[in-house]
Design a protein around this ligand. Sequence first.
Ligand code: NI
Length: 395
Amino acid sequence: MSNSFQEEIASMKDWLVEIRRTIHMHPELMFEEVETAKLVSAWLEKFGLEVKTGWAKTGVVGLLPGGKKGKTVAIRADMDALPLEEATQLPYASKIKGKMHACGHDAHVTILLGVAKFFSSIREQVKGNIKWIFQPAEEGGGGGRVMVEEGVLENPKVDAIFGAHVFPDLPMGKVGIHEREGLAATDRFRIKILGKGGHGAYPHLSKDPILAAGHLITQIHSIVSRNINPLDRAVLSIGKVNGGTAFNIIPDEVELWGTVRSLSPRVRERLKVRLEQTTQGVARSFDMDYQYEFEDGYPALINDPPMSHLVAAACAQGIGKENVEFINPSMGGEDFAYYLQKVPGSFFRLGCRNEKKGIIHSFHSSLFNIDEDVLPFGVEMFVRIIDQYLELKLI
Ligand code: NI
């Protein structure tokens, strides 16, 4: 069985490449994935799955009720592209100006379609149910949250969920696994320091919010180093400062925007509180008022360790233990976190780097590309994981 299963997936390669390139040439931004969703649902229907569209605007869900009773496993892909001009000059580069699949979501969609093709051809051997979740808006829109709120994990109730992201930090052929913490909570803050404007020659008649902002920027950077356990992980960066109009005018106010990332709810809360306390303290010391806004982004993505070990074992069976690596969390974010808040599962990485082919660029780069060998490779890894989880013993 093992050989024929691998051969069947290998023989899908041209079909997978064609789908990926079609999607790649026609990128769509968050909550606008209309054509991508049409392509997805057309294939799922062709494979004889139960298909429901219109989830979270453009999401698509396919269900394969197996031939025998068992657990329900879900796998998920994100469909959205980025507002970015592609610079690769590949023959299948984006045809849409200012939009690009620069995060590999085209590959994620394609891989899940390959898994659907595989299991639909052997559906009577499937014990339990397999659910395919194609969501919109991973890139900041929180499409995953909306899908969960709309009940994508119910009817039938999902027992476990798996998702993957292509990963240019690892070479093609390797799988990276986060045992527990995978990605960070991606919160943001905005602080306004309210001073009193005046002439730069007479600072004693005003309240200089620029000086206060300078102190605050320095103070804020002590939060991670002095208030967070060094064994926990957190990062805080100020990305935007805005204030002032001319060299000799003290402005009325200064605004700071920043991002703050953490891997646990406890650390997240601590950062939120200390940020405001620090702002309050600095503002008070300069006799000023302030406004503080903290906006929750995606929560931290927390894998279920037994599920991560299942992924590791299933993948190692195909590619050897030496090609499966347990890797550190990333301080990026991922809305797969919302699914993992509800059901156990694991989010893992598919290496897609290939130096010989010049595929070395990072996510969100205008030169981003993947080694397309990752398409059948990804299909095989998901098939192995589902086989293990549902105990199908096909392989
Ligand atoms: Ni992505």
